[in-house]
Every structure is written in C-alpha cells, then in structure tokens.
Design a protein around this ligand. Structure first.
Ligand code: KIV
Ligand code: NA
Length: 276
C-alpha cells in the first residue's frame, strides 16, 4: 500500500472507491489501523470524550491535539493523517487559524487539518490552504457547536437547513477543502451533497452514499458503554475482551498463579543461594 494523500483521496472519489477512515489517538492503535489498511486516520477532538472523559469537545486544547497527533503520526506510515483543529483555535481570526493549523503539521506531524463549519470559516479555509495545508471540512452535527444546537441531534431535516448545508458544502469546496465530513444528516441530503461536490464526502451517521465513512474507533470496537448512536455499528466487542483480560489477571495475581515459573528469570539464582 502506498502513502495516502489528498490526491489519492480525490482519485478514490473519481474512481468510485470508498474511503475508510477511523479515529486514533495513540501510536499502537494507529499502527494497527495502518496495518489493516485504513485510508485515513483522524486525530479527532473526540479525544475529549473518549480519551480525556469530558462531556463534550470544547475543553480540548491545541497542546492535547499536538500531543496525540505526534503519537499517531509515529504509528502510521500509509494512512493520511488528519488532525482536528480544537474549539477556538480557528474561529477568532484567520491569522490564528493559519498559525494553529501550521502547528498541527509542524509539531503534530499531521498531513492535513479538519475544522467545523461552512461559509463562516471559508476565509480561514482559504488562508490555511494557501499556506500549503490541506483542509477537511465538517458539516451537519458539528460537536463544537453543541451549545448552539441545544444538544446532539440530526441536522438538515428542514428544507431551509438542508439548503444551507448544501450551500456550505459548495462554499467549502470553492474555498479549497479537499474533503468534507458529513455528520448526522439524513441519507438523502448526504447523497445530494455527494453528487454536487467533486471532493470526497466522508460520512458518519450520513448513510451509504457518501464517498467514505468514518467512525470513532472506541465506538466501532465496542469499547464504549452507555448511549450509543444508531450509526455506530460494533464491529467487535473489544470492551468485553479487555474487561475479561483485566479480571483474569487480577484473579491470577490474587491466586498466586501469575507469574508462573516459566515467566520468571532464574539466571543468577545459584549466586543468590550463597547469600542464604
Ligand atoms: O472528533 C471526531 O472524532 C470527529 C469525527 C467523528 C468526524 O470529528
Ligand atoms: Na471532531
């Protein structure tokens, strides 16, 4: 497998090859995903939820993103590495946006950045792209706007909001975005957007017509408990496997059956015997 780039993402859409993306936040997970052949890895600001245990993504910092992006970058050699721009790292000014996007590549070793929003962030998208940094857009349920939405709910259900989303997708393409994530939008709207833009759409809760899909890996591996959105198919029950591994370990330590003799170093035992 060769290194995935924004050019191979573009080609995938042209050829009708579906793009598979996942989130990752650390070296060893990124390495496993890369070995499995994932097209792109997103260091999502969902790390606020799944790694740091926050209720939302708003508290995630540039330092958090850089720290995790560096780890992922060391683990992935084929996947395109996209790093989320955290809340307030791009909204305030174009200058801020370019500087912070640059840090995600320079210090975080990402290949591209992702930011949330449509027409209102196009000046930022244009300037970041002009600095040589590929930008992925993100429309629909954009979690950094949870307080404006009044909760996590499907977006683009009314004619007005669907028109606005389509318009924002076209604006992002025009501003130079190389792909757009569509999160929690009706399938018909995602299909319409996908047919109207020439850049790939990456869906999450946006139906099968998108050019690619993305999932938070803890969701798709069954590592999360509690509420699970209906699009988050569990491809494995890794949480159960981990819990059993942990409890088997605790039991073996308690019973004194771990470590076994075969798991113990014995070289030098003869020397120690002389000390008795
Ligand atoms: O932060 C994240 O994980 C994301 C994806 C779900 C698209 O933005
Ligand atoms: Na995100």
């Amino acid at each position: 497998v060769s290194k995935q780039t924004v050019a191979t993402f573009q080609r995938a859409k042209a050829e009708g090859r579906k793009l598979a993306m996942l989130t990752a936040y650390d070296y060893s997970t990124a390495k496993l995903q890369d070995e499995a052949g994932v097209d792109g890895i997103l260091i999502g600001d969902s790390l606020g939820n799944v790694i740091l245990g926050y209720e939302d993504t708003l508290s995630v910092t540039m330092e958090d993103m850089i720290h995790h992006s560096r780890a992922v970058a060391r683990g992935a050699s084929h996947a395109l590495i996209v790093c989320d721009m955290p809340f307030l790292s791009y909204e305030v000014s174009v200058e801020d946006a370019v500087r912070n996007a640059g840090r995600l590549l320079k210090e975080g070793r990402a290949n591209a950045v992702k930011l949330e929003g449509g027409r209102e962030v196009c000046p930022q998208v244009r300037a970041i792209v002009a600095a040589g940094i590929p930008v992925m857009g993100h429309l629909g349920l954009t979690p950094q706007s949870v307080n404006a939405f009044g909760g996590f709910k499907v977006q683009g259900k009314t004619e007005e909001s669907a028109r606005a989303l389509l318009d924002n997708a076209c604006a992002l393409e025009e501003a130079g975005a190389f792909a757009i994530v569509l999160e929690c939008v009706p399938a018909a709207l995602a299909e319409l957007v996908t047919s109207r833009v020439s850049i790939p759409t990456i869906g999450i809760g946006a139906g099968a017509a998108c050019d690619g899909q993305i999932l938070v890996y803890q969701d798709m591996l069954g590592m999360t408990s509690g509420f699970s959105p209906k699009f988050a198919r569990r491809f494995a029950e890794v949480g159960d496997v981990m819990r059993k591994g942990f409890s088997d370990y605790i039991e073996a330590v308690g019973a004194g059956t771990f470590p076994a003799d075969s798991e113990t170093f014995h070289s030098g035992d003869d020397v120690i015997k002389k000390l008795y």
